[in-house]
Structure formats: structure tokens, C-alpha cells
Design a protein. Structure first.
Length: 263
């Protein structure tokens, strides 16, 4: 009998909790979506996607969310749909008991604009993903042009940071080399301010600086760190003495040498 007395309060509490939770669940099912709040977490630097684009995208996919029971909204499905947008890096969707559906969007950050030899343009972002141009916003980034055959359609599903040759049939590593070079320039404060264009000649690169009229013959991607070190030494020690327009070309292609051709 004493055991029953000990168990009874806990049994009563369990029944109470079941009833309360059932009541709360029933109430939650009565709550409908009355508002969609969209926040673009990095819209101070990029403007590729806006609130109305997010709402339109979901509507076009048949997602009529207003007045729908909030608990019945599949947030995972919405996140997957939003992530299909080429400018969206990540999407997070949350429901709350006030009937508000909250959507947080993180945009991709382009670091290189590629113009191929068919005059087709696209971006490479920080993760090596290929992005189409936008009619809303043009990013002011490093430009690559010249002997670039890679087309957007071929590379649109490839992340260069996860690149494997078998992913793209008959591929070559030029776009990967471009990404490696652009990534270095983009994340180096000095070179990001100095270099404005990469020009592809054959399988080699030429760099076009913002200051001065010389062409920097960079060569291939091999030992690119050392090449930038040599070029920086010339910029910091030689150019202030000779002037920025004395040389027609600066050649970094040869090991342990910097060959400058005068005008």
C-alpha cells in the first residue's frame, strides 16, 4: 500500500503532463502563418537577392504559406528550395508560436568575374561555386578574360574547392587555376588593391595592375606564392625609385628572377 502511495503522485503528474502537452499541441495546430519575415544577413555588401525575390521564389514553387497551419509548414523543404537560388549560400527557416515564419538568407560572395572566349560572363564565389550574373547588381571584383573556354552550363554544379576531374567531362584545370590565383589576390589586402584583371594567354596568366601601365607576365600557377613575393619586393623597393610607368612588362616566369622590359 505504501508503494502505491509513493507511485500515485508520479502517476498523476504524468497524466497531467500528457493532458497539458496534448492541449498545447492542439493549440499549436490551430495557429496559422500570418506573416513571413525575410532577413538578408549580408545585404550591406551584396544585393543579389531581396525580400520580394524570396517570396516570389517560394510562391512560384507552389508554396502558399499565409493562412497555412504553422506546424504543417515543412521548413526543411523550404530551405532546400531557397538554396537552389544561385545567389543563396545558405537558407534557414524557423516557425514561431506567433504565427510568423522567419527566413534568414546568406548570400554568396563573388570574388572573380569570368568572361570566356564566347563573351559569356559569370562569377566565381569564395567557395569556388559558379554564379550567374544578376540583373539587379554587378559586383566590383577582379576580372578574368582571354583564352577561357569554360562555359557556365558545364561548371554551374561544381564547387572548385571540392573539384575532382571526373565530375566534368573533358575538363582541364584552367578554371581551378584561375580560382586559386583569384583566391590569393582576393584575400591579400595588398594585391586586392593592386590587381584589377587577369588575362589568360594560352595556359599562362598576365596580370593587369590598377597603378602603372605595365603588363605582369605571371606564367603558370606553379610557385605562385614566390612569384607574388618577388613582385611585392619590386613594388615596394624598385617602383618608388624608377616610377610606375618606366617598364612595359614585368616577367615573373623564371625562377629566382624578375625581368623588366623598359618602354
Amino acid at each position: 500500500m505504501s508503494k502505491l502511495k509513493d507511485i500515485f503522485p508520479w502517476f498523476t503528474l504524468a497524466i497531467y503532463l500528457v493532458v497539458i502537452l496534448s492541449f498545447i499541441a492542439a493549440k499549436r495546430n490551430e495557429i496559422t502563418c500570418n506573416e513571413i519575415k525575410v532577413s538578408i544577413t549580408d545585404n550591406s555588401s551584396n544585393f543579389f537577392i531581396e525580400e520580394e525575390d524570396v517570396i516570389s521564389l517560394l510562391s512560384d514553387k507552389g508554396e502558399q504559406l499565409i493562412s497555412k497551419p504553422i506546424e504543417s509548414i515543412n521548413v526543411n523543404k523550404l530551405e532546400e528550395l531557397l538554396s537552389l537560388h544561385p545567389s543563396v549560400k545558405k537558407a534557414n527557416v524557423y516557425r514561431n508560436l506567433n504565427g510568423i515564419l522567419e527566413i534568414q538568407i546568406s548570400q554568396r560572395t563573388p570574388m572573380l568575374r569570368v568572361i570566356n572566349n564566347s563573351n559569356e560572363s559569370y562569377y566565381l564565389d569564395e567557395d569556388g561555386a559558379v554564379m550567374p550574373l544578376s540583373n539587379k547588381y554587378a559586383a566590383h571584383v577582379l576580372v578574368a578574360s582571354g583564352n577561357i573556354r569554360e562555359k557556365y552550363a558545364t561548371w554551374s554544379k561544381v564547387k572548385l574547392k571540392e573539384y575532382a576531374p571526373e565530375i566534368v567531362e573533358n575538363s582541364n584545370p584552367l578554371l581551378l587555376d584561375l580560382f586559386t590565383l583569384a583566391d590569393y589576390i582576393y584575400h591579400d589586402k595588398f594585391w586586392n588593391a593592386q590587381i584589377e584583371q587577369i588575362y589568360v594567354v594560352g595556359n599562362e596568366f598576365e596580370l593587369i595592375p590598377r597603378v602603372g601601365t605595365q603588363i605582369i607576365r605571371f606564367g603558370g600557377i606553379a610557385e605562385y606564392n614566390e612569384k607574388f613575393k618577388k613582385l611585392k619586393a619590386l613594388y615596394e623597393q624598385g617602383m618608388p625609385q624608377t616610377g610606375w610607368n618606366k617598364y612595359k612588362t614585368i616577367n615573373l616566369k623564371y625562377k629566382n628572377q624578375v625581368i623588366c622590359t623598359k618602354r
